[in-house]
Design a protein around this ligand. Structure first.
Ligand code: NDP
Length: 485
């Protein structure tokens, strides 16, 4: 019997599901059972071509509609996503292995927020009027054209919406390529957008590995590339896009610092460290995986942390009581276990976890290492799994310098009751998305993105509009033209 997660076809092009079994088969494995629940086929060159042609034609129709009309479609899609939240959450859980306790509140809901927010903005995306004496300049905020979205596997619904909603609000069309690991959810996003009234061709989904992504990025019909992925992939994609002067947004990895001062509320800081390391089993780009704790409260912090981590409920992701799911794939589990072994070998002190859970599925126990030093591999490289490194510090000046000593710059957090210090420290940290007495909040109203190797551009908020549109300026002369000859 066909599994309910099996999509109608692999791709969604020009307003309908399209199949081409000539592409490489991509098995979809459910991370909890290890069972193959679906198969999709990587896009052949003909599929890539059809998606780009339909996006090119669809964009022209879409850009001619008023912003209010475009916004209405996006807001309708948001409503449908909310109505179907349960089913979409089940699919997200099948795609990623993340527990329903999370997917019910963080995926389709976050996608719907983006569609609603950018749908609301669409009607107000205007230029400005600049008086120049009796002459004037006016500006027009124009769409870029065809945008390519390429997603990572940790938030397949959310990423498809976070890229699609602002792109479409501005009058662009999109070809979205999900990660080969999680190909299912973006198809549902496309289906819902069309049900909400999106013209054919405006949002297309094609499947495939990096090769398909590469073909999209280098195609001359494409005007902009928005990637969520690792820094090495980001460097390749950015370079390929630059060859044709394409616009880019790069949402890449991190090794973000979370700093806990002696005066912090310990339970809040522990809660922040748990949210910033173990949500989605640690498969979150903005995680605060280097937790710097001031020496005075270190042992108290570690004791409370170990106690609370012990309350994690590992189990069937479909059971809403489960609060901690498996890694997305066996491969990711093996990579993360490699880091755990390195942590032990390099002399970090294991506080809890440190091994695979004794159960089916790609589970790794939530793991905390203490006495981690700056030079250890687990403190330098992005692990993308449930492995927290706790490092000690003495002074504010010292911790800021150590926190910034990394190629990454996605997020940073500080826990303290001293607000002057909180703002000063955040001001001195090299990171794009920051938190005070909190960690990993990502509402659509707030800009999201990194500095340094963690990225270029911003998603969400009004900032995203700047990255999916361009400004044309028009000088209007009322009098005669003066010329030298
Ligand atoms: P990857 O960088 O491996 O892949 C990202 C996407 O790019 C995938 O769809 C991948 O396809 C595709 N891709 C790979 N090579 C190319 C290429 N040469 N040209 C075009 N596309 C290509 O990342 P993961 O999927 O492993 O995701 C984890 C990473 O994503 C982590 O580093 C994480 O920090 C980052 N991330 C960043 C976020 C942010 O907003 N800053 C949010 C979430 C994750 P395929 O996988 O099918 O080969």
């Amino acid at each position: 019997m066909t599994h309910p997660a099996q999509p109608k076809a692999s791709h969604f092009i020009n307003g309908e599901y399209v199949e081409d079994t000539g592409g490489t088969p991509i098995p979809v494995i459910y991370a909890y059972s290890g069972e193959q629940i679906a198969t999709v086929y990587a896009a052949t060159p003909a599929i890539v071509d059809a998606a780009l042609e339909s996006a090119k034609a669809g964009q022209k129709i879409w850009a001619k509609m008023s912003g209010t009309e475009r916004g209405r479609v996006l807001r309708r899609a948001a409503d449908i996503m909310r109505e179907r939240n349960y089913d979409l959450s089940v699919l997200e859980t099948y795609d990623t292995g993340k527990p329903m306790q999370e997917t019910l509140v963080a995926d389709a809901t976050s996608g719907a927020d983006a569609l609603e927010y950018f749908g609301g903005l669409a009607g107000s995306l205007t230029g400005e009027h600049i008086p120049m004496g009796e002459d004037w300049v006016y500006t027009i905020r124009e769409a870029l054209g065809v945008c390519v979205g390429i997603g990572a596997w940790n938030y397949p619904t959310q990423i498809a919406c976070w890229k699609g909603a602002p792109a479409l609000a501005c009058g662009n069309s999109m070809v979205f390529k999900p990660s080969e690991t999680t190909p299912l959810c973006a198809l549902k996003v496309a289906e819902i957008l069309f049900e909400a009234g999106l013209p054919a061709g405006v949002y297309n989904v094609v499947q495939g590995m990096g090769e398909v992504g590469g073909a999209l990025v280098t195609d001359p019909r494409v005007d902009k590339v928005s990637l969520t992925g690792s820094v090495p992939t980001g460097k390749k994609v950015y370079a390929a896009a630059a060859a044709d002067m394409k616009h880019v947004t790069m949402e890449l990895g991190g090794k973000s610092p979370m700093i806990v001062f002696d005066d912090a509320d310990i339970d809040n800081a522990v809660g922040g460290a748990i949210n910033g390391n173990f949500y989605s089993s640690g498969q979150v780009c903005s995680n605060g995986t280097r937790v710097f704790v001031q020496k005075g409260i270190k042992e108290k912090f570690l004791a409370r942390l170990a106690e609370r981590v012990g309350n994690a409920v590992l189990g069937d992701p479909m059971d809403e009581a489960t609060s901690f799911g498996p890694m997305v794939t066996q491969n990711q589990m093996d990579i993360v276990m490699g880091y755990v072994e390195k942590g032990k070998a390099e002399g970090a002190r294991l506080i809890c976890g440190g091994k695979r859970a004794d159960m089916d599925g790609f589970f790794i126990e939530p793991t905390v290492f203490a006495d981690v030093t700056d030079d250890m591999t687990i403190a330098r490289e992005e692990i993308f799994g449930p492995v927290m490194s706790v490092l000690d510090f003495d002074t504010e000046e010292e911790v800021v310098a150590r926190a910034n000593d990394t190629e990454f710059g996605l997020s940073a957090g500080v826990f303290t009751k001293d607000f002057t210090r909180a703002h000063r420290v955040i001001g001195n940290l090299e990171a794009g998305s920051c938190f005070i007495n909190s960690y990993n909040d990502a509402p659509v109203e707030a800009p999201f993105g990194g500095v340094k190797a963690s990225g270029v551009g911003r998603e969400n908020s009004k900032e995203a509009i700047k990255h999916f549109s361009q400004v044309k300026s028009v000088y209007v002369r009322m009098g005669d033209v003066e010329a030298a000859f």
